[in-house]
Design a protein around this ligand. Structure first.
Ligand code: SF4
Ligand code: ZN
Length: 303
């Protein structure tokens, strides 16, 4: 197969686009897809400061790298969860990645907020990943807000978004179907959330890392018992294999036709939230979920 753009030997086949690219043209294609998503979904402009959540995995590192290549004002934030034998080496890896590129990196240590994940795990009865996800989202937003960033960017890709959409559709969850999308507008203490890789698959992100010389952190978190969307991703991958382009059509047509139809059932913005009595960030009750977890964790530590 030849590269669609330059005629050289193609090294990346993209059946969903009925095409293939050489490494140079693939990197151009990848950057163009990100730039298009940012423009089309009004994510941020060149004058706005963007905070990128960096876990050390390929998606977040690819996102940080490509936004820098596109000339956006990006800074990175990494959350150190305090998990023995896991958090310290990932953090050191991310620090070295950013240092080598002259990239500003901020690190939030949840232990300093009384939320070291091993302590939280001992204290709560719920699956740790849902609590950990809540803590990370809280700190991403809080850090972005307190440091004046216009937007908070995460490395969710097309596979993540299509799998989430699939799960919401199976439940006909109108509240989420009306609100799901690559840009969640900011309001009050909530910073705008954006997903600039929403047009790119996991495979394309991996290829971008490979051709850009980006090595990423591979070791899974010791608490991960398998990602919750794995079965949905597998189903979508089968459909994609039989009928290339299915994932893109499913997601893009949802944004165009499906989401507007659910607008009336979308979660009603942030209007019904109140300020958490402890941290001051929006909460559905007097004390927010993260502050309740902190209380439980402190209580379990004293017991
Ligand atoms: Fe947190 Fe679970 Fe991810 Fe580990 S696997 S970092 S506990 S969400
Ligand atoms: Zn709170």
């Amino acid at each position: 197969m030849k590269c669609r753009r330059c005629g050289e030997v193609a090294q990346v086949a993209l059946p969903s686009h009925h095409t293939g690219f050489c490494p140079t043209c693939f990197l151009d294609f990848f950057r163009a897809q990100v730039a298009r998503a940012i423009r089309r979904h009004r994510m941020f402009g060149p004058d706005e400061r963007v905070l990128v959540a960096v876990s050390g995995g390929k998606d977040s590192l690819a996102l940080l790298h490509v936004l820098g290549e596109l000339g956006y004002q990006v800074e990175a934030v990494h959350i150190d969860l305090g998990i023995p034998d896991s958090s310290a080496p990932v953090r050191a890896f991310v620090e070295e990645f950013c240092r080598a590129r002259g990239q500003v990196l901020h690190v939030v240590e949840t232990a300093k907020d009384g939320l070291a994940i091993p302590d939280v795990k001992r204290a709560v009865r719920r699956p740790i990943c849902s609590v950990c996800g809540k803590i990370k989202r809280h700190w991403f937003n809080r850090f972005a807000f307190e440091h004046g960033f216009a937007a908070m960017a995460t490395g969710h890709n097309l596979d993540d978004e299509a799998a989430r959409l699939f799960a919401n559709t199976l439940r006909w969850d109108g509240a989420y179907l009306g609100g799901q999308g690559p840009t969640l507008p900011g309001e009050g203490l909530f910073v705008r959330k954006v997903k600039p890789l929403c047009r790119l698959t996991e495979f394309e992100t991996a290829a971008y890392c490979f051709f850009s010389g980006i090595t990423h952190w591979h070791a899974p978190c010791p608490y991960s018992g398998g990602a919750s969307f794995t079965s949905h991703k597998r189903l979508l991958a089968d459909l994609e294999h039989t009928s290339p382009g299915t994932k893109t059509a499913f997601y893009e047509n949802f944004l165009k036709n499906g989401r507007p139809a659910f607008a009336a059932t979308a979660k009603s913005g942030y209007g019904e939230l109140q300020a958490c009595a402890e941290c001051g960030f929006p909460s559905s009750g007097e004390v927010c979920g993260v502050c309740r977890v902190r209380r439980m964790t402190a209580g379990a530590g004293q017991a």
